[in-house]
Structures are given as C-alpha cells and as structure tokens.
Design a protein around this ligand. Sequence first.
Ligand code: AMP
Length: 149
Amino acid sequence: MAYKHLLVAVDLTEESPHVIQQACELANLYQAKVSLINILEPVSLAFGGDIPMDLSTLQQEQLQNARERLDFYIADYPSLTSEHCYLCYGQPRQEIHRIAQENGCDLIVVGSHGRHGLALLLGSTTKDLLQNAPCDILAIALHQKDKND
Ligand code: AMP
C-alpha cells in the first residue's frame, strides 16, 4: 500500500527531529506529502482554574515558542512547508484525528513516547491515538534507554 499523505505529530521535545526524519524518509519512498502538527495544551489547563493570574502572556509565549520550533523544523527538512504545518489548541487525539481527516492524511507518524505536559498524567498519546483512528498510525521507536521506563 502506498501512502500519499503523512501527518507527523510532534511534541517539540528533543526526540521530535528523529520522528520527523523517519517520516520524511518514508514520504520520500512513497513520494508522499508530509504535514506537521503540534497540539498546545491550553495554559489554563496546566495551571488549573484556582490560581488568580493573567495567563495571556504565558499563552502568547507558549504559542510563539511553538511557532519558532516548528519553523526551525520546516527550515531543516525540505519535505515540510509552512502551508502544511498545523498548530492547534486542544486535546492531542481529537485535534490530530481532526486534522488528519480534514486533510485526507492516510498515515499518522508519532514517537513511541513523548513524556511532557498533561501526557504525564493522562497516559500515552500514542496509545490514545489508536482509538477510533481515521487512518494507519506509525509509532517510531525512541531511545533504547527509555524503553523500560
Ligand atoms: P506520549 O505518548 O504522550 O508520550 O507521546 C508520544 C508521541 O505522541 C510523541 O512522540 C509525539 O509524536 C506525539 N505527541 C505527544 N504529544 C503531542 C502534542 N501535544 N502534539 C503533537 N504530537 C504529540
């Protein structure tokens, strides 16, 4: 089966370039398009509703950092373009499935783990993505030293 459009989901950790690299190599084999996505967890969720503080500056910074990181990847990998790069707020599974469906992606590529933010509390994004997946999911194995964590 030849995949036509890959969606690479990255959590912007230091492991993301490896996931992107693997996805781009696969895309080259299939001559497929590659889209990139990152989902931001709303800052208000991370801090809870109890702390009376203005979170808009933090949210702006979070957004800007994520944009810069994604731009950096786009500059590094010729298969990526800003036109096919998505930065969304919400729940990773819902948003990644939605963007995959809306754009006719036939393979979602993720790392085997990410370990940041709410994922620490809520469990594995990769496992979560398998539920009602709109297309195939490929999990790229990450560092050996972390496998038994
Ligand atoms: P996790 O299961 O949460 O440890 O993360 C596994 C993989 O899911 C990561 O390596 C990423 O490929 C993807 N992922 C996790 N969180 C996000 C996110 N916020 N946005 C996009 N992809 C994510």
